[in-house]
Design a protein around this ligand. Structure first.
Ligand SMILES: *Cc1c(COP(=O)(O)O)cnc(C)c1O
Length: 406
């Protein structure tokens, strides 16, 4: 950071206006509760290692599962398109016209996900805001641990809400029966739950959806590039047939390594969303370099599954070693590795000590996870070597002992 900017920030410390005091009060409350989120500043690109405060630290925080955020082929493709097409899309696609590039991304995503059609959007979060309110459901059935972007999407509807117990097909069935008179039903679940790493029982949920003539929507943000053949995601993981999941929401911001989101399903779905989805109609498209890099990533995924295999090998190695040390890794079924701590303050302390020891792994507390279930969320990636992970494990062991957790 340049010096004049630093100086400016110093001088900016000023008195808080009385009408803004409530924000300062809330911030002190968060600090006291150990829930204040200090966002670390990275001085290096994403990768197995990062530089924070001038120090090299092991990165166990990113969703860059396959190491693609920094992959030479993605960088090369983004650069080429940058030179040819520039930096911006001009306006929203319905007004400025849509670049062939965006169409190419949508085709390759459809091929990858083995679906009829795909619509690309600015992020996974936005994709949920585009699709959920647009379905016009009068009853929505949503898993109690669904991602915030799903919760917010549901808030934009007038539907009655039925929140079913986490991953419980039987509770979902009860709720579907309660609402059997609803005309249009929509079931929504994460595929892989980002804070626990467990997988929704989509096979059972899809059966219920068929029986009750409900639309089924799965947010596969942590599934693409991770589960299924070549990382094709949740439908591939469960060997589901074409169209059993009506709506698949995806992200380009995690395993794909770039930024962006998409919605996959039938042709009629994406055509409808192009006419009705408000974030599609009223917010500009992804930038050309983002699209080019995403296309390159999906091509890599389709042609070669070695990164996905390495991700799983690393995840299994790391989780087994943590459990052998006596840590509780919750109910994960994927490389997402929660290290359960409990109290938010202790979890923050653990994370702080890890960073001092050279390991960057964030503490996650309320409201991202339920109260009393704070945890370190360690994300291994295909970019890590076994030596990297051993270095991380050594620090977990030392600090776990120091804090009487193991
Ligand atoms: C991360 C995540 C998103 C948001 O994706 P972005 O592309 O980062 O906006 C949406 N849904 C789920 C389940 C996620 O885990």
């Amino acid at each position: 950071m340049n010096n004049s900017l630093k100086r400016f920030e110093f001088e900016k410390i000023m008195q808080i206006k009385s009408n803004q005091q409530f924000m300062a009060d809330e911030l002190s409350r968060l600090r006291d509760a150990g829930l204040y989120n200090r966002i670390p500043v990275l001085e290096s690109p994403q990768g197995a290692w990062l530089v924070i405060n001038g120090k090299k630290v092991l990165n166990l925080c990113s969703n860059n599962y396959l190491g693609l955020a920094n992959h030479p082929v993605l960088i090369e493709e983004a650069k080429n398109i940058l030179d040819e097409f520039g930096v911006g899309p001009g306006a929203v696609r319905t007004i400025a016209g849509t670049m062939q590039l965006h169409k190419d991304l949508e085709s390759i995503l459809s091929e990858f996900k083995k679906v009829e059609s795909t619509l690309a959007l600015q992020s996974g979060f936005v994709a949920n805001q585009a699709v959920i309110p647009t379905m016009g459901a009068d009853a929505i059935f949503t898993d109690s641990l669904n991602h915030a972007s799903i919760i917010d999407g549901v808030r934009l509807t007038k539907a009655s809400r039925f929140i079913y117990d986490h991953n419980s097909a039987s509770d979902l069935q009860n709720k579907l029966e309660k609402a059997k008179d609803a005309k249009r039903k929509l079931i929504i679940t994460d595929g892989v739950f980002s804070m626990d790493g467990d997988i929704a029982p989509i096979d059972e949920i899809a059966k219920l959806a068929t029986e009750h003539e409900a639309l089924l929507m799965v947010d596969d943000a942590h599934g693409e590039g991770v589960i299924g053949d070549h990382g094709r995601g949740i439908s591939s993981h469960f060997n589901l047939h074409d169209g059993e999941v009506d709506i698949e929401v995806g992200t380009l911001s995690k395993a794909v390594g770039v930024v962006g989101g998409f919605i996959s399903g039938s042709k009629v779905l994406t055509e409808y969303l192009e006419q009705k989805g408000r974030p599609f109609l009223f917010s500009s498209a992804l930038t050309p370099p983002d699209v080019a890099a995403s296309i390159a990533a999906v091509k890599i995924l389709m042609s070669d599954d070695s990164l996905v295999k390495k991700l799983w090998k690393n995840g299994n190695y790391f989780q087994k070693a943590l459990r052998d040390l006596g840590f509780d890794t919750g109910r994960t079924q994927t490389p997402i590795t929660p290290v359960m701590i409990g109290e938010a303050k202790k979890s923050s302390e653990f994370s702080r000590k890890l960073l001092e020891a050279g390991v960057f792994a964030m503490s996650i507390g309320f409201p991202t996870v339920p109260k009393g279930m704070a945890r370190i969320r360690a994300m291994v990636s295909a970019a890590h070597s076994i030596e990297d992970l051993d270095k991380g494990l050594e620090c977990f062991e030392n600090i776990g002992k120091e804090l009487n957790l193991i």
